[in-house]
Design a protein around this ligand. Structure first.
Ligand SMILES: C[S@@+](CC[C@H](N)C(=O)[O-])C[C@H]1O[C@@H](n2cnc3c(N)ncnc32)[C@H](O)[C@@H]1O
Length: 194
């Protein structure tokens, strides 16, 4: 991340390593914001339905057999209860803060009872002012078969999100949180539609 952006503008969070090789999830996977590096598609291939607002981001992502569809996570076009599993790999940070609650509601709706949602993301504290107006994280993602080095960054002012705030929105949508893992800058939350 950061090509073309003046590096002085970027506040880099401590880099993290994310391990995906042992993720235990069932059946067909709806990947929210599955463009970019297409990390979930790289691991789970044909099991994945990757949706993204941006056709360009989807085209950029290696398909690896995944079905890629241009779609808004605030208005999923799937029937209720169609997926046993949903994922969001560092996609909530790219959403408008006011949209995140709607996305939880939509993911909850399209999951089957007992379905699980796996979410990786970062905390974005309130912007403190100053010249650094982009917040970013560099990641090494261990897929088992390969390691992907990547970075994700977003415009910072007005875009704050916290683990607690996201969990509250998830619970409001009906989810029950089963696992929370916090690293220095990134977090992982596993939640269930009971
Ligand atoms: C850069 S990707 C995150 C990393 C990506 N999951 C990966 O595996 O590399 C975040 C994506 O979320 C998408 N996005 C943001 N808001 C969205 C929404 N409301 N519905 C669907 N996709 C959205 C953006 O277009 C962007 O491509």
């Amino acid at each position: 991340m950061g090509e073309g952006i003046d590096q002085k503008r970027i506040n880099f969070l401590p880099a993290e390593k994310i391990k995906l090789e042992k993720l235990d999830c069932r059946g067909r996977i709806l990947d929210i914001g599955g463009g970019g590096e297409g990390i979930i598609s790289r691991v789970f291939g044909e099991r994945v339905v990757a949706i993204d607002l941006s056709r360009g981001e989807l085209q950029e992502a290696p398909a690896n057999g995944a079905l890629r569809i241009e779609m808004d996570a605030r208005d999923l076009k799937f029937l209720d209860g169609e997926f046993p599993t949903a994922t969001s790999f560092f996609s909530f940070m790219y959403m408008q803060p006011g949209d995140r609650e709607k996305v939880f509601q939509e993911v909850f709706r399209v999951l089957e009872p007992g379905g699980e949602f796996f979410l990786w993301d970062i905390e974005i504290p309130p912007h403190p002012g100053g010249e650094k107006d982009v917040i970013a994280i560099n990641l090494t993602v261990d897929l088992g078969s390969e390691e992907v080095k990547t970075g994700y960054g977003v415009y910072w002012p007005g875009n704050e999100q916290s683990l607690n705030g996201l969990m509250q929105e998830a619970k409001k949508a009906g989810f029950v949180v089963s696992t929370v893992e916090e690293q220095e800058s990134a977090f992982f939350v596993q939640m269930e539609k009971k």
